[in-house]
Design a protein around this ligand. Structure first.
Ligand code: NAD
Length: 242
């Protein structure tokens, strides 16, 4: 049996699938990831991206942070791709329990997924640091000044987890419980290099760990089924039975 047939068979046999993904899930929607050859880390900026999107940098140089963040990380034209759509379909069919994502783009929800643990927050929530008023991603993207400021004077901070900030405890807990309770854990489109998110894989106790990625990851040897390739093509090729 080839890898895709095994994946199909396992999916057909389970109603407790959990998906854990990262930036690679959205590259086929036109959003660059960080670590691929054409990812943001390989492009030339005055400061490395991991420096710019850190909390100390946000506090010290908000104008540079927002220039990078608004131009590179808020991609409002992006549409869900075959991977997002299939995961939503699997959830509707009662096969998938949850999506755990490191992405901040909101594409899983746009595709119709309902139980989504956004480990690193979302571009779609933006909160004034002083009065708590909320703003949309569109407002932040189109803000006329270099730094979006609420009428009250506070800076409007995206509700995304910057390097140096802790993850939301309740989100991490929910994701951990979902992974620990999964029969099949499908991990895809992630370099598994960002912690604590990548550590969630260690909580999986089953024997059907599927890893789908274009490049090798540090967890490849742990996978019960390793598929190298496009996540959109591979997940998109699954047929869903009720
Ligand atoms: P990463 O950039 O470190 O790794 C992406 C991985 O996905 C790579 O190993 C690459 O080989 C693989 N990949 C890329 N396109 C693929 C495809 N079409 N099919 C299969 N595999 C593919 O991403 P990460 O592990 O998620 O960690 C980076 C951090 O960056 C995350 O914390 C995330 O918050 C953030 N980020 C998010 C977005 C987004 O929301 N779309 C975009 C960029 C970065």
């Amino acid at each position: 049996m080839n890898e895709l047939s095994i994946l199909q068979k396992w999916v057909d046999e389970s109603r407790k699938i959990v998906f854990f993904g990262g930036a690679g899930v959205s590259t086929e929607s036109g959003i660059p990831d960080f670590r691929s050859t054409d990812g943001l880390y390989r492009q030339q900026y005055a400061y490395p991206p991991e420096t710019v999107i850190s909390r100390p940098f946000f506090d010290r140089h908000p104008e540079i942070f927002f220039d990078f963040y608004r131009s590179r990380m808020i991609c409002l034209e992006a549409e869900p791709n075959a991977a997002h759509l299939k995961l939503a379909e699997l959830e509707r069919a009662g096969r998938l329990q949850a999506v755990v994502t490191q992405n901040i783009d909101g594409l899983h929800q746009l595709a119709g997924s309902r139980r989504v643990y956004e480990l690193h927050g979302s571009i779609h929530r933006n909160i004034c640091q002083r009065c708590g008023k909320t703003y949309t991603a569109r407002q932040v993207k189109d803000w006329p000044d270099p730094v979006p400021r609420c009428p009250c004077g506070g800076i409007i901070k995206p509700d995304v987890v910057l390097y140096g900030e802790p993850l939301d405890e309740a989100t991490l807990q929910g994701a951990a419980e979902a992974v620990a309770g999964a029969e099949i854990l499908i991990v895809g489109g992630t370099s598994l290099a960002v912690y604590p998110a990548a550590g969630l894989v260690d909580l999986y106790r089953g024997n059907r760990l599927v890893l789908i990625n274009r490049d090798p990851t540090p967890q490849d040897r742990r996978a019960d089924l390793l598929i190298r390739g496009s996540i959109g093509e591979i997940l998109g090729g699954i047929s869903v039975s009720l």
